[in-house]
Design a protein around this ligand. Structure first.
Ligand SMILES: [Zn+2]
Length: 355
């Protein structure tokens, strides 16, 4: 017993995190601090699942996961929290991830939120967390995260992965370069990685291993920030290609005329940017301008006669209108698979779900 009394931590917790406590940069005090920390993760795909797995195992206190999508068979190659049954049931990723993470570490408060982060709900979903983590798949949402983090004055970690290559940048508002400093072209912007940003996993695929490496760097940066070691993070664009083995760490200077972190013009947070309709890696369009509550069970009964394969799982309703497949969430949002044409998606939405 005396052995356990030497340190102040509960013996079971000490045992659980002992290998991490032995690491000198964390120690028992660091672990205690981590256990009382929190973060919000936006996007739960390849990067998000790998990152959430690492952070929940490391024992942060609370994690909110915001994701708009549901699990599909093509996710299983790289999205490490999901299983075949999640894809069969088309569970929302936020729900499937929350279940799995609670089973991995019941001591962490994990909250999955099925929602599409946009200008209207960004403050509500991100507010109150000292750290924002990027697991998204598109630059509209990342620039929204950048605006929101600067507006809220909290650090955030950008991360992206495509093919065998990934990149990450930790942003401490007003202290290090932000995503707009690094990527936006125009006055004073250096547009460093803009060219590669045009490629998506839609066109060139993505390796699970690349997501694993970048998520690992992102998780380490997150832990350093949550431990208060802020001077050890930020300001460097770190990239890694798992196929060629090439690693780069490039210092990014703040842009003295930056639209976001200097002039504080939050164009994405104010909703002036175009809404993002097409979805990465998928022949799909998302319709989400109509925000309303739907009774999915009642809607399912009504659609039985005019559509096929109607299924409802408590979180979403799915039905087929060949060659299309429509997935509808309770907030009125829908993902229409089988087209990349927004006007086709809108007309299907209007016909089956109403205007
Ligand atoms: Zn900036």
């Amino acid at each position: 017993m005396m052995l356990f009394l030497v340190h102040g931590m509960d013996p079971k917790l000490y045992e659980r995190y002992s290998r991490q406590i032995l690491f000198a940069e964390i120690g028992e005090a660091g672990q205690q601090r981590l256990l009382h920390s929190s973060a919000v993760l936006v996007g739960c795909g390849a990067l998000g699942t790998a990152l959430a797995n690492l952070l929940v195992r490391a024992g942060l206190g609370r994690l909110r996961i915001v994701d708009r999508d549901f699990v599909e068979p093509s996710n299983l190659q790289r999205q490490t929290l999901f299983e075949e049954v999640d894809a069969q049931e088309a569970l929302p990723k936020a729900v499937a991830a929350e279940r799995r993470l609670r089973a991995i570490n019941s001591g962490v408060s994990v909250e999955g939120v099925v929602a599409d982060l946009g200008p209207r709900n960004a403050e509500e979903l991100l507010g109150g967390f000292p750290l924002i983590l990027d697991g998204t798949d598109n630059f509209e949402t990342r620039f929204l995260l950048n605006d929101a983090a600067i507006y809220l004055g909290v650090p955030w970690i950008y991360a992206a992965v495509v093919a065998s290559y990934g990149v990450t940048l930790t942003v401490r508002p007003a202290e290090t370069a932000c995503l707009a400093c690094a990527l936006e072209t125009g006055e004073g912007g250096n547009g460093a990685a803009a060219a590669r940003a045009e490629e998506t996993c839609d066109t060139v695929g993505v390796l699970g291993a690349a997501a694993g490496v970048i998520a690992s760097i992102e998780a380490t940066e997150a832990i350093k920030l949550l431990l208060g070691k802020k001077d050890e993070v930020g300001g460097r664009l770190i990239s890694f290609d798992v196929w060629s083995g090439k690693f780069q760490s490039v210092r990014v200077a703040r842009n003295p005329a930056c639209r976001a972190c200097v002039r504080r013009e939050f164009r994405y947070l104010e909703g002036e940017a175009q809404p993002h309709l097409t979805m990465c890696g998928r022949d799909s369009v998302q319709i989400h301008e109509r925000r309303r509550q739907l009774d999915l069970a009642a809607l399912g009964r009504r659609l039985e006669s005019t559509t096929s394969e109607v299924r409802e799982n408590g979180f979403l309703l799915r039905f087929r209108v060949p060659p299309y497949e429509l997935t509808v969430f309770a907030d009125g949002r829908a993902i229409i698979k089988g087209t990349r044409d927004a006007s086709v998606a809108r007309s299907l939405y209007a016909r089956y779900l109403g205007a």
